[in-house]
Design a protein around this ligand. Structure first.
Ligand SMILES: C[S@@+](CC[C@H](N)C(=O)[O-])C[C@H]1O[C@@H](n2cnc3c(N)ncnc32)[C@H](O)[C@@H]1O
Length: 281
């Protein structure tokens, strides 16, 4: 199966992602972080965001429970940090964190940010792009809201090369290829674009099953104002609203496909301990 068009993967849909996180928010901090998206990997990823001054104005888009924001507020005053997410349930968990008490926490859509042009010094989005029906729109918004000299840092998945993993990736959510990230950033107007890929250490460098949070892309906005790219009306707004059964179908298919990647992670973890060191698995 080839790569599907943007917005066509089951969970690459705002309504479905909302309900997915309605459930996942109950266990997100306890079960979903820590294995692949460890504190060490998260803190290393944040170094790419060049948080060099405590006074930087930072927006954390798709900030969820604030797990990644915890790394941001180690480097930047929390008063200068805004967490935005479409899930009220995820944000409620962020509100309960003492370290994030002084952050601004707002519900909103990554594809339609409620900030003026040239607003922030840093745009950070970790593990959110995979749910965007139109990733180009989200990256174009990142460009718009940054000040000249501002930097965007997007952390997301990478498309697998192994055929079975590709199949299940397509039935779950958006797993972009490296060149897709670069073209979205370029089209939006970003310069100095850099991509780094780092699978969890227990993958031993293998990328054939893709990565879920191991692709880090940064770009710098050099000129003030809106993106040179003019977008057409939003996909999810112009299409007729999706019916309950279709949304439920997406939810079930996407959740089932996600189970495959839980199994792959367990398989890679076990393989790491069984195979002699130095053997790529
Ligand atoms: C995997 S979680 C990542 C949360 C956090 N950034 C972290 O590192 O733990 C993905 C988050 O993206 C949010 N999300 C998905 N689509 C979104 C959209 N269109 N606009 C804003 N948030 C969105 C979800 O609600 C969820 O909280």
């Amino acid at each position: 199966m080839g790569v599907k068009q943007a917005g066509t993967r089951p969970m690459q849909n705002k309504k479905v992602a909302f309900w997915f996180y309605r459930l996942l928010s109950m266990v997100y901090d306890d079960r979903c972080t820590g294995v692949a998206w460890t504190v060490e990997i998260r803190d290393a990823a944040m170094q790419r965001a060049d948080l060099c001054d405590r006074k930087l104005k930072v927006v954390d888009v798709g900030g969820g429970t604030g797990y990644s924001t915890l790394a941001i507020v180690k480097k930047v005053d929390p008063e200068n940090v805004t967490i935005l997410d479409q899930s009220t349930h995820q944000l409620q968990k962020a509100r309960e964190k003492e370290e994030l008490r002084k952050c601004t926490i707002i519900q909103g859509d990554a594809e339609n940010l409620p900030f003026p042009n040239d607003y922030a010094d840093r745009y950070i989005s970790a593990g959110c792009i995979e749910y965007w029906p139109e990733p180009q729109r989200g990256i174009t918004e990142a460009y718009r809201v940054l000040k000249p000299g501002g930097l965007a840092c997007v952390i997301g998945p990478l498309y697998p090369t192994f055929w079975l993993s590709r199949f299940f990736a397509d039935w779950w959510m958006l797993f972009p290829k490296e060149e897709e990230y670069v073209s979205w950033f370029k089209n939006a107007g970003f310069e100095d674009i850099k991509v780094e890929i780092e699978p969890p250490w227990w993958f031993r460098g293998s990328l054939r099953h893709g990565v879920i949070m191991g692709c880090w892309v940064t770009g710098v906005k050099k000129k003030e104002g809106d993106s040179p790219l003019k977008m057409s009306p939003k996909l999810e707004e112009i299409e007729k609203p999706e019916g309950v059964f279709s949304s439920l179908g997406r939810f079930i298919l996407g959740s089932l496909a996600a189970v495959y990647f839980v199994l792959v992670s367990n398989y890679m973890w076990i393989k790491y301990f069984i195979f002699p060191k130095g053997v790529a698995v």
